[in-house]
Design a protein around this ligand. Structure first.
Ligand SMILES: N[C@@H](CCC(=O)N[C@@H](CS)C(=O)NCC(=O)O)C(=O)O
Length: 413
């Protein structure tokens, strides 16, 4: 009889450590990477991993699940995975809890602010990094004297902690962290190569440089001529007046000056959303929407692809960019995709923009300069194919002559 179903988020260490327990010990547990109805019914919190066993037994919380999964392994096969006595067992729980509770949240909060997924706040990033390092210091103290965290052989504590720390090691910690905590670095090399991980970290390299926050390059705001001419002592009052939305005339988007185009964008956005992309929407676009007199086409590439790590994070970066572009929704349409795989991906896309210049449409987003803009000529077959492919994103994209699978994407509409 099946021992249950484990629901996981593939790229999350909390999840894949549990999945690897199932695989390593050959448990008869189904692994699901998609939430289904049974999951939604059983787990109102919706967090992964989660487990449903026979007779309606349900578990969430990765540490509880890993404990239960190991308990399913026959005694003679479990080989000290949870320690060889009560004290070792309790010490394993100590490290699991310490890292899950104190280290993992700090590490990801810092990482997500540094890579642009969350709004950046230097003070908070520094606090999170300091908190993560406090935990690292505890691990370092143990590992400077012993090969493993508990006892004399690798246990669940080593696997869980190594997996948890790996996302930070390859991004925000990197070599400077490895130098500061040399025993952790040495231990990570040993544990990550253990059969338990089935080669997951075979190509893992700790980068020389830690990922740092790259602030969006803001353009200097031009002063309004009237404001500049206003006498200084009036300044305070003026600011107060400007801040009152009812009285301040809303500045017009520069593209408003171009007047109404013949083909309104909303119509195209409706067709794109409702019709089959290749069969109907794309032919409609070329026939009814694209008029080179009124619109231009742009290839948009992220400039710092080599800093991207996980594909879902790259896609979130695109999402953030699109949010910041919202003031230009009326004047453009586009799709951006993430191609490649974790730790080797890039962002590219195609946009239709009102007018002949990309800048007035894009510079509403403070991070527009993180992207490169290349004008596309629709009479060129290759450019046209690229645009079609970005709108449909159903085929690999060619990057530097190489076919790259599209992992994810977003539509700006
Ligand atoms: N306290 C839970 C936390 C689980 C958790 O935060 N899971 C994340 C992935 S690492 C998740 O499911 N996030 C998706 C969501 O919040 O919807 C545990 O230790 O297992």
């Amino acid at each position: 009889m099946s021992q249950g179903t484990l629901y996981v988020m593939e790229m999350s260490p909390r999840s894949y450590v549990n999945a690897n327990i199932v695989k390593h010990f050959g448990l008869d547990v189904a692994i699901k990477t998609e939430k289904d109805e049974a999951f939604n019914r059983a787990f109102p919190l919706g967090k992964l991993p989660a487990f449903i066993g026979p007779k309606g037994y349900k578990l969430h919380e990765c540490l509880a699940i890993s404990n239960y999964l190991v308990s399913l392994v026959p005694k003679d096969e479990v080989k000290g995975f949870l320690g060889k006595n009560n004290q070792e067992f309790a010490s394993i729980i100590k490290y699991l809890s310490l890292v899950n509770q104190e280290f993992v949240p700090a590490q990801y909060q810092a990482l997500f602010m540094i890579n642009g997924r969350f709004p950046y706040n230097k003070k908070q990033v520094d606090e999170h990094l300091a908190n993560a390092e406090k935990v690292a210091a505890i691990l370092e103290a143990r590992l400077s004297e012993f090969t493993y965290l508990v006892g004399e052989r690798a246990t669940l504590a080593d696997f869980f902690v190594a997996a948890s720390i790996s996302d930070g090691l390859k991004t925000i910690f990197a070599k400077p962290f490895a130098k500061k905590f040399p025993s952790i670095a040495r231990w990570f090399q040993t544990v990550s190569k253990h059969a338990f991980f089935e080669g997951k970290f075979a190509d893992f390299v700790i980068p020389e440089q830690a990922l740092v926050y790259t602030p969006p390059k803001k353009e200097k705001k031009e002063k309004k001529p009237e404001a500049a001419a206003a006498p200084k002592k009036e300044a305070k009052k003026e600011v107060a007046e400007e801040a009152a939305p009812a009285e301040a005339p809303k500045p017009k988007h520069p593209l408003e000056l171009l007047g109404k185009p013949k083909a309104v964008l909303d119509e195209w956005k409706r067709v794109y959303s409702n019709e089959e992309t290749r069969e109907t929407a794309i032919p409609w676009f070329w026939k009814n929407q694209y008029d080179p007199e009124e619109w231009s086409l742009w290839k948009v590439d992220y400039r710092y692809n080599d800093e991207l790590t996980l594909t879902f994070m790259s896609n979130n970066l695109v999402g953030g960019f699109f949010n910041r572009l919202s003031a230009s929704t009326k004047y453009m349409f586009g799709c951006m995709v993430v191609y490649g795989e974790n730790n080797n991906n890039g962002i590219t896309g195609a946009f239709l923009v009102r007018g002949q210049d990309y800048k007035p449409a894009f510079d509403v987003a403070p991070d527009w300069e993180s992207y490169e803009f290349t004008k596309l000529d629709a009479s060129n077959e290759e450019s046209k194919n690229f645009i079609n492919n970005m709108f449909a994103w159903d085929e690999p994209v060619i990057v530097n002559g190489e076919k790259r699978e599209i992992a994810d994407g977003k539509v700006f509409k």
